[in-house]
Design a protein around this ligand. Structure first.
Ligand code: TXA
Ligand code: MG
Length: 347
């Protein structure tokens, strides 16, 4: 991993203090950051991504002891999770402090907070705080994933350049993100005595959370009126532009051959190194282990998407709990593909 470069850090800090956007690496995916206490700067994030302003952003903090700058009524569970997993790939949803501008959380009463584990992200956040931070002495950086709304999250600085190179002032290059999928989101704004809600699965599993809290987070129900808006919870999130189909391993050859016989161009993402696609079919093999698979997933999808084929076939992953966060991303990527396949057939 490249070492933090002091000139790069200084440029990023002064851009943030001037209300500009800086993309930076975290251990999960790259973020598109701005001063979370400056409504105009936060507005630039929504504009750059093309993201609806009602979708809340995560505020990145340099250390656990900044929590009370941003949240109030912090439950004991939050302190337990923060001390167990921060810095790390966990976002906590808490009650937003009244002095924090509502725009950062899309007008909601809550706020998403996390201390990222990437050394360069921490160096940036700590330098920003040491330089006086942003508006009102608050030092947090609001940062969604650094992609255009609804697109795949970037796990490499080159992806950020592709997505947002024309609108971002500074892109801090920290190499590839070590985790590769977004943070686990746990909502702690639930009534006392209720288990926390798992709003987005991630590498940090419900079992790991349950070990700290003695209670497992539960999934929000579809008709849960108090469920906060989570853009990562939109069914069609993380979509590549190529229609994508998840296919059981043993059906892969057969489905691929059928499509090729129909004159369709295809690309394949599989876990079986022994699977050999016919000549002319782009193929990527990801490791048969969840962490290594997550590390390579978005880069592989982005690459296969770039070939502009008619269909990407993805070999189905195991149904076990350790693949749950990846299954969630694949399902969302596939969602909407059926409609896309029909509309392309009619073109
Ligand atoms: O790993 C990550 O979390 C990355 C890195 C950059 O930190 N960030 C990220 O941000 O994935 P974004 O904006 O792409 O996804 C954040 C998710 C969204 O689904 C958003 O709706 C949800 O967090 N979120 C943020 N604040 C929230 C809140 N107050 N209540 C409920 N959901 C919230
Ligand atoms: Mg995102």
């Amino acid at each position: 991993m490249p070492l933090p470069d002091s000139a790069v850090i200084a440029a990023a800090v002064s851009a943030w203090r001037a209300g500009e956007l800086v993309a930076f690496p975290t251990e999960t995916v790259y973020g598109l950051g701005a001063d979370a206490a400056n409504p105009a700067a936060v507005g630039k994030i929504f504009a750059a991504k093309g993201r609806p302003t009602s979708h809340p952003l995560i505020v990145h903090l340099p250390a656990v002891d900044h929590l009370e700058q941003w949240a109030v009524d912090i439950p004991a569970a939050a302190w337990k999770l923060a001390s167990a997993f921060w810095p790390g790939p966990l976002t906590l949803i808490l009650r937003r402090a009244p002095w924090v501008p509502a725009v950062v959380s899309g007008g909601q009463e809550s706020i998403g907070l996390r201390v990222p584990a990437h050394p360069l992200a921490l160096a940036l956040l700590q330098s920003y705080a040491a330089a006086g931070g942003g508006e009102n002495g608050l030092s947090g950086i609001a940062a969604p994933s650094a992609n255009r709304f609804g697109r795949l999250s970037p796990t490499d600085a080159a992806h950020v350049r592709e997505e947002l190179g024309d609108v971002v002032h500074v892109i801090v290059d920290g190499g590839r993100c070590s985790i590769g999928i977004e943070s686990t989101i746990v909502d702690l704004t639930v009534p006392a005595g209720r288990p926390p809600r798992l709003l987005r699965p991630g590498q940090l599993s419900p079992e790991m959370i349950a070990r700290v809290l003695d209670v497992a987070p539960c999934a929000p129900t579809a008709n849960d009126a108090t469920t906060p808006r989570v853009s990562g919870a939109l069914a069609a999130h993380y979509a590549p532009q190529t229609p994508l189909q998840i296919i059981d391993g043993e059906q892969l050859s057969c489905t691929l051959n059928e499509l090729l016989d129909q004159g369709k161009s295809c690309a394949v993402l599989c876990r079986q190194p022994q699977f050999v696609a016919p000549v002319g079919v782009a193929q990527r093999v990801l490791p048969d282990e969840p962490a290594a698979y997550a590390f390579g997933l978005y880069a592989a999808l982005r690459e296969l998407d770039g070939y502009g084929v008619d269909r990407i076939l993805i070999e189905a992953i195991p149904a076990s709990a350790d693949w749950h966060a990846i299954a969630d991303r694949l399902r969302r990527a596939e969602y909407g593909s059926a409609a896309l396949i029909v509309s392309r057939a009619n073109e």
